[in-house]
Design a protein around this ligand. Structure first.
Ligand SMILES: NC(=O)c1ccc[n+]([C@@H]2O[C@H](COP(=O)([O-])OP(=O)(O)OC[C@H]3O[C@@H](n4cnc5c(N)ncnc54)[C@H](OP(=O)(O)O)[C@@H]3O)[C@@H](O)[C@H]2O)c1
Length: 263
């Protein structure tokens, strides 16, 4: 049986993906850091969707050995993958001066190293016969350098570029799509952050269920990358001709006082 591997499955957007796929009867393999939360989610999905095949294994994606244990478990169960959705990400946002070494490694590893490492491991356990699918969750924050969100925007840009290049390498053997959502009201601190952005925040934010649906549709259509949502698309087009120094000054002024760190 071929599974869809979903990372960050217990999070806001990850949860929306797995509930949507479960309703479609897709066999799911869930991962996240907490075994208890994974078990509870797996029980919820099985109760709501009769006979749905669901398996899970906890994994800290920033840790190479933990990633090794995840795939050792998959191999012991002869798990194969039809699709991977890499949702896990740490949206730590603050002045780079305030980072500890531990925090910067966590963010860089979960957002980028974990994604490329998992893609390689999943490729080795997939048929790559044209039906395999890889979906990565980037961000509109990866479209340009973001002062006070510098590491996050750099990792999301790296992920976006990696996916575009890999897509070409896997042409005809797999779909590779990177989607770029704007704000999604998932955790409480993100909801507060969206409120703080005023009218623009409210216009551009989309519920996780909508983002999950649009992302799967982009993957199905084999799109290279898609900015999710009308207002985010408009922002991308509208700022394309604005000189970079002006954009950087604007972003720095807007975000100097914004901080979030749920990790
Ligand atoms: N919310 C937004 O406004 C927004 C906008 C654009 C893009 N995104 C992207 O969307 C994705 C999901 O974000 P969200 O809003 O749903 O946030 P969330 O609820 O905090 O979910 C983040 C997920 O990442 C997982 N994760 C973090 N560190 C991990 C680690 N070391 N090992 C394994 N898993 C780890 C968490 O797993 P645990 O279950 O172990 O905590 C959690 O499920 C992220 O990639 C984010 O960058 C979010």
């Amino acid at each position: 049986m071929n599974y869809t591997l979903v990372t960050g499955a217990c999070g806001g957007l990850g949860g929306a993906f797995v509930r949507l796929l479960a309703r479609r009867g897709e066999p799911l393999f869930l991962t996240g850091r907490s075994e208890d939360r994974l078990r509870a989610l797996s029980e919820e999905l099985c109760a709501a969707n009769h006979a749905l095949p669901v398996d899970f294994f906890p994994c800290d994606l920033s840790n190479e050995r933990a990633r090794g244990r995840l795939f050792a478990y998959c191999d012991s169960r002869r798990v194969r993958f039809a699709r991977m959705i890499y949702v896990a990400g740490a949206d730590i946002q603050k002045s780079f001066e305030k980072y500890t070494e531990e925090k910067l490694l966590l963010q860089a590893r979960v957002n980028f190293e974990g994604a490329v490492s998992l893609i390689r491991s999943v490729m080795a356990r997939s048929d790559l016969d044209g039906s395999t699918e890889f979906l990565c969750i980037g961000s509109v924050s990866g479209l340009m350098p973001m002062p006070y969100f510098a590491l996050y925007s750099a990792t999301k840009k790296a992920l976006w570029q990696f996916c575009a290049a890999l897509r070409e390498e896997l042409k005809g053997r797999a779909h590779v799509t990177c989607v770029l959502p704007g704000a999604i009201p998932t955790r409480e601190d993100v909801r507060e952050y969206i409120k703080g952005q005023g009218l623009w925040g409210r216009l551009a934010a989309l519920p996780p269920e909508t983002v999950a649906e649009k992302s799967l549709s982009a993957l199905h259509k084999n799109r290279r990358s898609v900015v999710i949502g009308f207002w985010n698309k408009l922002m991308r087009v509208g700022t394309a001709l604005v000189p970079l120094p002006l954009k950087l000054r604007f972003i720095a002024k807007r975000w100097r006082k914004c901080e979030k760190d749920a990790f």
